[in-house]
Write a protein that binds this ligand. Structure first.
Ligand code: ADP
Ligand code: ZN
Length: 720
């Protein structure tokens, strides 16, 4: 017997299947998709068995051993990996590794221990016991199959050992998973007729085409998801629900665990490696039937999937853009939906332009929830023109906004204050020489973290304490500029001393469980104002929040990216949607220097479709998605001049090969140097180009062995 093994080594050069002979004693255990140890050159490496063949004429090396007997890549995932390799031009091994929790990857550096728990089961049933404690123990087994050891020991450990000796009871080892979900009788809602319609269409409709559920904020999408899933479970099938980020997950996980208990498994970045490993195995073993998680949860090894739901489908966190494989979870969802013949539901209050365009063309089926469940209208949105306001004051909070916050507190209601931090940071400048402090390895200013007085590079991780004097002129004149959440918090303390402010950002939520505690504290009215960045913008559902203030709407608008209007519109709508979700009317105040920009004025009228039309017009004029596809090629290396020359060569050779593609660049990236690596980008725009993947593969292949140049290819990048 011969096994084709793909070794876990992240190198373009060894991304091939190698044949090994299978020793006699392992023949019965070798299966497709299990992990084995093999000799590779002088190393011993882990790999996946991808092929099993009868024999070979060649002298082959032998497989050393089997790492574990569970199949880690089932048949579906095996073919999905090949699809990803083909679609994204990644290595096959990276396509498989992205599907697995860290603990199942080679060289994870951590050994994850399994914990076991002892239970007792009943053997023969006719023994009635000879003492009171024995009978007491046996009585317990009338209502239960299995009882934990501690419970029995607490009655009498000698009675227990007698019963074991007599073979009445015998021990079983049950794996003790790290996470548990308790069912709470949650307040299950009677669906509104509109919600019910959507549920019916999904469960009885045609699943050949994905559904796009366009539902305004507060229209009760979560309840719709849960009802669809209940139906799916009743048919003995399973479900995946994706949420964008961990910041959204705790409330969602809580809602799902309240209703479905231990049937759910959660996969997201806030879990420890051990917890992820446990959850993954519960899924693979069929012990959990609902997977809820962020991007990579789309690879959950569920069998018999009955629905795949992607909440906030417009979120760019669904695209892995920073490393191979550069995949979009939406594409994977649709692929798996086809594989399992099940519906795929993409939900959002602000669908991505691509998805809405597809729905308009009938590629997706459009479902609409255009009303809030409480029957209330969407919150009133007021735009505050900072060009006028800012002249009067040095504060970042206008008087209008402050007054409104005051009223809100007086009414005993709550405020969310949102700081738009996309492409924005707090930096340190010298008042004397105007020098800003930059990273020594990257072309970017360092971000100032006030809490520990450190300067940090968000690109390479370089960190240094804030110097006393300016490194340039030696004066003691450094001061921090820009608006961070800490700065706004300070201003609030000065201007509204009695307001209780809860600041939520990466600094304050980094400790495990901190995020959840903060949400609970705010819900319990321990605070009046929740202040934060993206983390407060989405998904949160607080009944007493009636005011949302946006401190700086413009920062995401000023990013030079074809999606900046779309991102701004969707971010502002999402954050506005946090206001007035229960029975009180909500209000939203948006501070902006661009009051007339369409991305902002359409938010005022809650007019997604108006925004969509105008933005589609812009995209068509400029030749951007969804009218054209984009592909981004990044060429990087230590020697800037050499890299530029190679980038030019790539462009020229692509120009010779591709007929229907516009090729832009090479241009240096906005941040040219990161960690002393220089970066150039080439952009391809095309509608249809049959040879594209083949030709790009050739380019990639050409540089495979050149360690001075690195080529990264991103199809449909979420941004540049
Ligand atoms: P969305 O995700 O669409 O913004 P949610 O799913 O968070 O909206 O629902 C908004 C609020 O409405 C939640 O507090 C939810 O519990 C409540 N809700 C949802 N459906 C119903 C219903 N049929 N009846 C009453 N309340 C509902
Ligand atoms: Zn740096």
């Amino acid at each position: 017997m011969v096994a084709g093994v793909l070794v876990q080594l992240a190198s373009q050069n060894v991304d091939k299947i190698f044949d090994y002979s299978v020793p006699r004693e392992l023949e019965d255990s070798i299966k497709l998709g299990i992990r084995v140890l093999v000799p590779f050159g002088r190393q011993t490496l882990e790999g996946f068995v991808l092929e099993i063949k009868d024999s070979s004429q060649l002298e082959l090396k032998e497989i050393y051993s089997i790492v574990d007997y569970d199949i880690v890549l089932n048949e579906e995932l095996l073919s999905l990996g090949k699809e990803i390799q083909h679609d994204t031009l990644s290595t096959l091994i990276s396509a498989y590794q992205v599907m697995l929790p860290k603990a199942l990857k080679a060289k994870a550096g951590t050994t994850i221990h399994k914990k076991f728990h002892t239970f007792y089961k009943m053997g023969q049933n006719n023994y009635i016991g000879t003492s009171v404690p024995q009978r007491k123990i046996l009585e317990l087994f009338q209502s239960k199959d299995m009882i934990p050891k501690e419970e029995l020991v607490s009655i009498s450990s000698s009675a227990l050992s007698t019963l074991v000796e007599k073979q009445v009871l015998f021990p079983v080892q049950i794996e003790d998973y790290r996470l548990k979900y308790d069912i709470h009788q949650d307040s299950k809602k009677v669906l509104t007729p509109l919600q019910q319609q959507v549920v019916d269409k999904v469960i009885h409709g045609d699943y050949e085409r994905p559904f796009l559920l366009f539902g305004v904020t507060g229209s009760g999408k979560t309840e719709v998801y849960m009802n669809i899933i209940e139906h799916v479970l009743s048919q003995g099938k399973t479900a995946i629900i994706l949420v964008p980020e961990i910041s959204l997950t705790p409330q969602m996980v809580e809602q799902f665990s309240n209703r479905f208990g231990n049937q759910i498994a959660a996969l997201h970045s806030a879990l420890s490696d051990g917890e992820k490993y446990d959850e993954w195995r519960r899924i693979a073993r069929g012990e959990a039937s609902i997977v809820i998680g962020a991007r990579s949860a789309i690879f959950a090894p569920l069998k018999n999937i009955g629905v795949i739901i992607m909440d906030e489908e417009h979120s760019d966190s669904y695209k892995q853009g920073d490393k191979d494989p550069r995949y979009h979870a939406r594409d994977i969802a649709i692929w798996r939906g086809k594989y399992h013949c099940c519906p795929v539901v993409l939900g959002s209050a602000t669908p991505s332009l691509e998805s809405m365009a597809r729905a308009n063309k009938g590629v997706y089926q459009l479902l609409v929830l255009n009303k809030r469940v409480n029957g209330r209208s969407l919150p009133d949105v007021e735009i505050i023109d900072m060009n006028r306001e800012a002249k009067n004051s040095s504060s970042h909070l206008t008087q209008v906004l402050l007054d409104e916050i005051k009223h809100c507190i007086d009414r005993g209601e709550q405020t969310i204050l949102f700081l738009n931090r996309r492409g924005f940071s707090t930096f340190v400048t010298c008042k004397n020489c105007a020098e800003t402090i930059k990273c020594p390895h990257c072309d970017i200013t360092l971000t100032y973290h006030k809490s520990n007085k450190m300067l940090r590079c968000h690109y390479c991780g370089y960190a240094t304490p804030l110097p006393k004097v300016c490194p340039n002129c030696g004066e003691e004149a450094l001061s921090d500029l820009g608006v961070g959440t800490e700065k706004i918090e300070e201003e609030l303390h000065t201007l509204l001393p009695y307001a209780r402010v809860l600041r939520m950002d990466v600094d304050t939520t980094s400790r495990k469980g901190a995020h959840k505690k903060m949400i609970e504290a705010f819900r319990n009215h321990e605070y009046d104002i929740l202040l934060g960045t993206q983390i407060v913008a989405k998904g949160l559902d607080f009944p007493d929040v009636t005011l949302v203030g946006v401190v700086n709407a413009d920062t995401s608008l000023n990013i030079p990216d074809f999606r900046s209007s779309e991102n701004t519109y969707s971010l502002l709508s999402q954050v506005a949607g946090r206001s007035g979700r229960s029975d009180k009317q909500g209000k939203v105040l948006i501070q902006t220097f661009n009051p007339d920009h369409y991305a902002i004025s359409y938010v005022k009228h809650h007019d997604y479709l108006g925004f969509y039309k105008e933005e589609m017009f812009v995209r068509r004029k400029l030749g951007y998605p969804p009218y054209y596809y984009l592909c981004y090629i990044k060429i990087s290396g230590k020697d800037a001049k050499y890299i530029f020359q190679e980038a030019l060569k790539i462009k020229q050779s692509l120009e010779r090969m591709l007929e229907h593609t516009t090729i832009l660049g090479p241009t240096s990236l906005p941040i040219f140097r990161v960690n002393n690596i220089y970066r150039y980008g080439i952009i391809l725009k095309y509608k249809k180009e049959d040879r594209l993947r083949q030709d790009l593969f050739r380019v990639k292949n050409h540089y495979k062995t050149n360690n001075k140049v690195r080529i990264d290819i991103d199809f449909s990048p979420s941004h540049f």
